[in-house]
Design a protein around this ligand. Sequence first.
Ligand code: RTP
Ligand code: MG
Length: 136
Amino acid sequence: MSERTLVLVKPDGVRRGLVGEVISRIERKGLTLVAMELRTLTRETAESHYEEHASKPFFGELVEFITGGPLVAMVVEGPRAIEAFRSLAGSTDPVSAAPGTIRGDFGLQIGENIVHGSDSTYSADREIKLFFPELG
Ligand code: RTP
Ligand code: MG
């Protein structure tokens, strides 16, 4: 059974030239790209994407960061794609993320952790509709 997840290469990842690296790891894992776009988020889209963090102290910083440059949004498909990509990404804090994961190999700051992946089927549906409404 296949499922879909929303993956972002965040503005720090694009700035650092890690788009190819992230796509390569997704493909080598056996997951499939269904849609992909380079775009700069509006504040409105960013706030909607991260709505579950609206009350957190880091929300303002998070929205500033994610709207601060172009990012690459993609829909990725495969068996248990949500969990599979979260495993490739590693823990939220790159310092404690395992080596061999994207965050563990390339990051040092929790606020600049290179990638996003949906965390549940509910989030994946919501986020895919937000970024790629045409996919339904
Ligand atoms: P994401 O949503 O970006 O894939 O990351 P995640 O699930 O691993 O982490 P989440 O709890 O959803 O947090 C969203 C993003 O907020 C930033 N953050 N900063 N300063 C802080 O304590 C803090 N905590 C979280 C991170 O950049 C995280 O990716
Ligand atoms: Mg999250």
